[in-house]
Design a protein around this ligand. Structure first.
Ligand SMILES: [Fe+2]
Length: 248
């Protein structure tokens, strides 16, 4: 009978209680007033509390750095990290906090790499980057080569959301073979972004091509979707992969 219901509802998956098995989130926009994420310290606190309730024990927060819109600097990001650390202590919240950044792949990013400017990383020199959602950047491979030759380990944020990879799954396999770690967003499991992104994250999981997972939380609406992730068909299969999150 149990097998019957398992087949009927189409999954190996049983609903999870929390995201405690992920433990460490390495992609969010929870730091206040730096980008399109939390705009005030109060909002940041709400999000930290919500992430704690979801089961996370550590948050590595990654504001956008994008030359056209978000000209964040390592100093400015660290300043906000200290502000939020103080606020969570005062609020009596238990959460380990760290920071890095989500670098948009543009000319300024390449210049920073060339000049040897400080880039914010997490863990073992992991460097989180994102690209245009629509067009494959002409300099994608050049940027990857540069990141790696400077000793960084490039991590591609939400590969399942780039439409230029749709119908070109082999390109993602190739990127990973070239040393790019792949970090899909948990919320793609619910179809939050699009049906296509859901299809790609499931294919990445089926092929064991996921290195890290991120929440990419900007606001409470992302938290509501993360609660739905707990009962998606693929969450258990995803968590059975050798993800790097817990060791960060
Ligand atoms: Fe992000």
């Amino acid at each position: 009978m149990k097998q019957f219901f398992k087949n009927l509802f189409g999954g190996e998956s049983t609903s999870l209680e929390s995201l405690g098995a992920v433990g460490v989130d390495m992609h969010s926009h929870i730091l206040p007033g730096l980008d399109d994420g939390a705009d005030t310290l109060e909002r940041s606190l709400e999000l930290v509390q919500a992430m704690q309730q979801l089961g996370y024990r550590k948050l590595i927060m990654t504001p956008h750095i994008m030359s056209d819109f978000y000209r964040n600097t390592p100093e400015g990001i660290r300043e906000k990290l200290e502000l939020l650390r103080t606020a969570i202590t005062e609020a009596g919240l238990q959460m380990e906090l760290g920071c890095a950044a989500e670098y948009y792949l543009d000319e300024v990013f390449l210049e920073k790499l060339d000049n040897g400017d400080e880039l914010l990383t997490f863990g073992d020199k992991y460097l989180l980057f994102e690209t245009s959602f629509l067009n494959e950047p002409l300099n994608l491979r050049e940027a990857i080569f540069k990141m790696r030759s400077k000793g960084y380990k490039p991590v591609m944020a939400h590969p399942e959301r780039y439409s230029y990879f749709y119908g070109k799954f082999n390109d993602l396999i190739e990127l990973r073979e070239q040393g790019v770690l792949l970090q899909p967003n948990l919320n793609s499991l619910t179809g939050y972004y699009s049906p296509a992104a859901k299809t790609v994250i499931e294919k990445l999981i089926d092929n064991g091509l996921v290195d890290l997972v991120g929440s990419d939380v900007h606001s409470l609406k992302h938290i509501a979707s993360l609660q739905k992730v707990l009962s998606t068909k693929y969450i258990n299969k995803l968590l059975s992969l050798p993800l790097l999150n817990a060791q960060l």
